[in-house]
Design a protein around this ligand. Structure first.
Ligand code: DX5
Length: 251
């Protein structure tokens, strides 16, 4: 079983490779990793679950094994058959495989299968899917993903109506004393990150707000500072560590 980072009160900014330079993803990733942003998200799209096509498992293998050092990768499967492709991405080396509850009639066998392959497991909900589809699974997964855009494309606007869903999941995680990442994805930038983190998200996927900027590292640091400030103020992390959690990448 991989030793994966666990929620520790420090908000993670997770660069989305969908917005990276496809001709030089490794080159785009390296400076971010050197700055401490060592968890990236790979948006996998099959042209059926979402009207777009993107990456396959070979990208995961290439990034895990050719010179990006210890990058952690979550494979966000926006695919119709996660029970088929989940194990493929786990075998390719993904640290977490995140599948959509809307694409999987029986999530528990798939969660079990992915765990048996040694990777972390996440479940995602689209904007129109209520959190009650995900809450019963919280104790069995490592990561819950609330989409804050309609999945399929980067560069969309953050849907603020998702904030109550984030808060509801954060309350369920706290109520059950779970160590589950609460990830959001879509339209995250320096302005919307504090909203998401203030509602309880501690892993923020950001594509265009990072790779679309002249200096992606500074952009990611600015988002990280804004998010950490909001998350800490809301005092969500009420575990044993009450110390002020310093963002690792703050200047
Ligand atoms: C949607 C994708 C995007 C991407 C991030 O299916 O999942 O949300 O990762 O895109 P930005 O950060 O550009 O909205």
């Amino acid at each position: 079983m991989k030793r994966l980072p666990r929620p520790d009160g420090r908000v993670r900014i997770v660069p989305s490779l969908l917005a990276a330079d496809f001709a030089d993803i490794r080159g785009d990733l390296k400076p971010l990793m050197r700055a401490g942003f060592d968890w990236a998200s790979i948006d996998v799209m099959d042209g059926h679950f979402v009207p777009n096509l993107s990456f396959g498992p070979d990208l995961v293998s290439a990034l895990k094994h050719n010179g990006t050092g210890k990058v952690r990768l979550d494979a966000h499967l926006m695919v119709e058959k996660p029970e088929v492709y989940g194990p493929v991405f786990a075998a390719a080396g993904a640290d977490w495989v995140v599948f959509h509850v809307e694409a999987c009639r029986s999530p528990r066998p798939l969660i079990k299968k992915l765990r048996s392959l040694g990777c972390g497991v996440g479940v995602a909900v689209k904007p129109k899917t209520p959190v009650k589809a995900l809450e019963p699974l919280l104790a069995e997964i490592d990561l819950a993903l609330v989409m804050t855009v309609e999945p399929g494309f980067g560069g969309q606007g953050f849907i603020r109506e998702m904030l109550p869903k984030i808060s509801s999941l954060r309350a369920a995680i706290a109520r059950n004393r779970l160590k589950t990442w609460l990830q959001v994805d879509g339209g995250v930038n320096a302005e919307t990150a504090p909203l998401a983190a203030g509602a309880g998200a501690d892993a923020l996927v950001a594509g265009s707000a990072v790779f679309g900027k002249k200096n992606p590292v500074s952009a990611a640091k600015a988002i990280s500072r804004a998010a950490q400030n909001a998350f800490s103020k809301s005092n969500f992390f009420n575990g044993t560590a009450r110390r002020a959690v310093k963002a690792p990448d703050a200047d």
